[in-house]
Unconditional design. Structure first.
Length: 275
């Protein structure tokens, strides 16, 4: 009988211990609240610095408060999915630290261009992924304007953007890129008064040499306000469209199309640096 009594006594003590621990753990859990948010950015530079502020701004709009909330009520996966829904991040990871903070690790999506498409504005990265242009998120990247659709995508201009950013002369010259309705790519120079039509993304080295020829050998003599468009889209030609469309009454009209063989074009700008 005494053995049975000991067994029942031990069982009662075990049940009491479990009950006490359950109550204690619940009381502890109710006191364990999120003390803060830590943001860790994979990378550095302008985009990384802005992304850290961007994460905090986005989380301020999370459906339920995070800081001060009981830790067991915070679903880290839901928080990560919420951040990924803003498509400004390549990857997002969320964990609860031993200090009671929500730690958010983010790989930012690095913009390659800023697109202005009608009343829409967004960023595009090197892989063609679109990023929302959120207030407070601004990165100094080339600007591309135009009307884009499923068949005409803004990332199609990236070869031109990459070529310009790798060339100091063109970087200083070009202020904006515009894709016209007929899909011609127009370079908008920082020098106001004309645009440069390069057509498509092919033969960029040749087109750069033609641009240099126009700036060195044509515009200084014909006048910087004479033409509204300088076209280098055609092989071996520089086509200048006059700003004044009135007919010219001259004994020797100026030829608007300068036919230049490729070898001659190379020779004309042989002394011009390629970068």
């Amino acid at each position: 009988m005494w053995k049975q009594a000991i067994k029942w006594s031990l069982l009662c003590l075990l049940i009491a211990y479990v009950a006490v621990m359950f109550v204690w753990s619940n009381a502890q859990a109710s006191r364990n609240v999120c003390k803060g948010i830590e943001v860790v950015i994979d990378g550095n530079g302008q985009a990384a610095a802005i992304t850290k502020e961007n994460v905090m701004e986005v989380l301020s709009g999370y459906p339920s408060p995070i800081v001060g909330r009981q830790l067991y009520q915070i679903n880290t996966k839901e928080v990560g999915d919420y951040l990924m829904g803003f498509n400004n991040f390549e990857t997002v990871g969320c964990i609860i630290t031993s200090k009671g903070n929500l730690k958010v690790s983010v790989t930012p999506m690095i913009p390659a261009i800023r697109v202005f498409d009608g009343d829409k504005s967004y960023y595009v990265n090197k892989d063609g992924k679109t990023m929302t242009a959120l207030p407070g998120f601004h990165v100094d990247v080339p600007i591309v304007t135009g009307k884009f659709s499923g068949r005409r995508r803004p990332e199609s201009v990236l070869p031109v953007v990459n070529y310009i950013t790798a060339d100091s002369l063109l970087t200083n010259l070009v202020g904006m890129i515009k894709v016209a309705d007929n899909s011609d790519i127009l370079l908008i120079p920082r020098i106001r008064g004309h645009v440069i039509n390069i057509g498509d993304t092919s033969r960029l080295d040749e087109k750069k040499r033609a641009i240099v020829t126009a700036y060195r050998n044509i515009l200084p003599y014909k006048g910087w306000e004479t033409y509204d468009t300088i076209s280098v889209k055609f092989r071996g030609q520089i086509v200048a469209t006059r700003r004044d469309k009135a007919p010219l009454y001259q004994e020797h009209p100026i030829e608007e199309i300068a036919d230049i063989e490729e070898d001659a074009l190379n020779a004309a700008v042989d002394s011009v640096p390629r970068n």
